[in-house]
Unconditional design. Structure first.
Length: 128
């Protein structure tokens, strides 16, 4: 008990305020970055071809051919995922379902990318 008391004596009101402000800021940033709204469209990109945009409001199995072979993309209940891929590790399949704006799954060996959008293009310093 006596070991704790010297620590309490050295903590000032300003220290407590700074810690509380930083914790609040961290919680705010995490909340903003994880609470993207649910998307309406799926954008499929492969190699250097123009992207294919599809509505998520359908039940469909889309076959996309890449350098290694065919990849299947499933659309069900407003969500999308890779259901079959010719790559060896199958990381793209293990990512599971995506449905929120800016969520992306990439199959690097087969050079196919799927991402969720809301219909409007967002620009940043890289693609502006």
């Amino acid at each position: 008990m006596k070991k704790v008391l010297p620590f309490i004596k050295t903590v000032k009101l300003g220290d407590v305020l700074i810690i509380l402000i930083l914790v609040g800021l961290i919680i705010f940033i995490i909340n903003k970055s994880w609470n993207n709204h649910i998307g309406q469209y799926l954008k499929i990109e492969k190699n250097n071809e123009p992207p294919k945009i599809m509505s998520l409001n359908q039940i469909k199995e889309e076959k996309i051919t890449g350098p290694l072979g065919d990849s299947n993309i499933s659309l069900v209940d407003g969500k999308a995922r890779f259901s079959k891929a010719p790559c060896t590790k199958k990381y793209c399949i293990h990512q599971g379902w995506i449905n929120r704006v800016n969520q992306t799954i990439v199959c690097l060996p087969n050079q196919i990318t799927i991402s969720i959008t809301d219909g409007s293009e967002s620009y940043d310093s890289v693609n502006y």
